[in-house]
Design a protein around this ligand. Structure first.
Ligand code: 3PG
Length: 307
């Protein structure tokens, strides 16, 4: 069995070493494609392998169809919007993610961005504190849950909206459930986004929703830039000089932000939420383990494209 680890943004060396050990111990072979610069390299590398591990790498229809022996794709991470699920399902390929494995890294970044917003980008300009402020969690999954916990540690009052999680499961964490998404935005001085990017959520965080946020509010986006309605966000930033936007990865109109909204935004140069050695090790090992278990015993836990 050949397992391709294709990471345009490579894992930490410590993670790659542990993934290789896991694959070697199972009697399989690890093929590495790191820091590739052309999608054609991925299309080519997948030709001879049985399994594929990716991060945000684009597992397109072309990649999937090129993988003649491909039986499983594991997205070492949470969001699988980079994998063409329909194309994989069509070919009978199992797609999995590794939920929870990199969540703490993302949650810590979200809180770090909140602090940065509270302290005016560490510019020296007098800011505010997180203590006593309201924090809204939009989607209470693995990351949202941790953001809530860390926010509570800072003394924030935490609210959450998630129609897919039982109310009691949120309330037991000491978090107040809000039944309508508009009300969550209406209450939140800090709003941390954790929704996935899909056909229903893309561009769903729009002017109407954001404009409900209280004066001096900040939106913290460690989810996906695609869920933001970027044109409407620009209009909001013009209309609301009190509003701040912090995002893990720059939006398409980052240059416009630079020209017009100095001091009220921050964008990471590349997606860094899961960019810690701990998260790389956790997600990488989980991906390798899930592939080995799939081949050895047919285990399909964490499959996301149920056939
Ligand atoms: C995820 O969905 O797991 C995070 O966005 C991290 O993505 P990455 O592995 O590409 O950094």
């Amino acid at each position: 069995m050949k397992i391709l680890l294709a990471t345009e943004k490579p894992f930490a060396a410590s993670a790659v070493k542990l993934i290789k050990e896991q694959v070697d111990n199972a009697g399989y072979e690890l093929v590495l494609l790191e820091k590739y610069t052309d999608q054609a390299q991925l299309v080519d590398a997948v030709k001879m392998v049985d399994a594929l591990i990716v991060r945000s790498d684009k597992a397109t229809k072309e990649v999937i169809e090129s993988g003649k022996n491909l039986k499983i794709i594991v997205r070492a991470g949470a969001g699988f919007d980079n994998v063409d699920l329909a194309a994989a399902t069509e070919k009978g390929i199992v797609v999995m993610n590794t939920p929870g494995q990199n969540s703490n890294a993302v949650a810590e970044l979200a809180l770090g961005m909140m602090l940065m917003a509270a302290r005016n980008n560490y510019s020296g300009k007098s800011g505010g504190e997180l203590l006593g402020k309201t924090l809204g969690i939009h989607a209470y999954g693995n990351v949202g849950k941790l953001v809530a916990k860390i926010g509570q540690g800072f003394g924030m009052k935490v609210f959450a909206f998630d129609p897919f999680v039982a109310k009691a499961d949120i309330e037991k964490d000491g978090v107040t459930v809000v039944d309508a998404v508009e009300d969550l935005y209406g209450k939140s001085q800090y709003l941390s986004l954790h929704i996935p990017a899909n056909d229903k959520t893309k561009q769903s965080v729009n002017y109407a929703l954001l404009n409900k946020m209280p004066k001096g509010a900040a939106l913290i986006n460690t989810a996906r830039k695609e869920v933001i309605h970027e044109d409407e966000m620009v209009k909001l930033m013009h209309d609301r000089e009190d509003f701040k936007y912090y995002s893990d990865i720059a939006p398409g109109n980052a240059d416009y932000f630079k020209a017009h909204f100095d001091g009220r935004f921050f964008f990471t140069p590349k997606k860094i939420g899961a960019e810690t050695s701990e998260a790389n090790v956790n997600a990488g090992i989980a991906a390798a383990r899930q592939i080995v278990n799939f081949f050895k015993s047919g285990d399909k836990t964490f499959q996301v494209n149920k056939q």
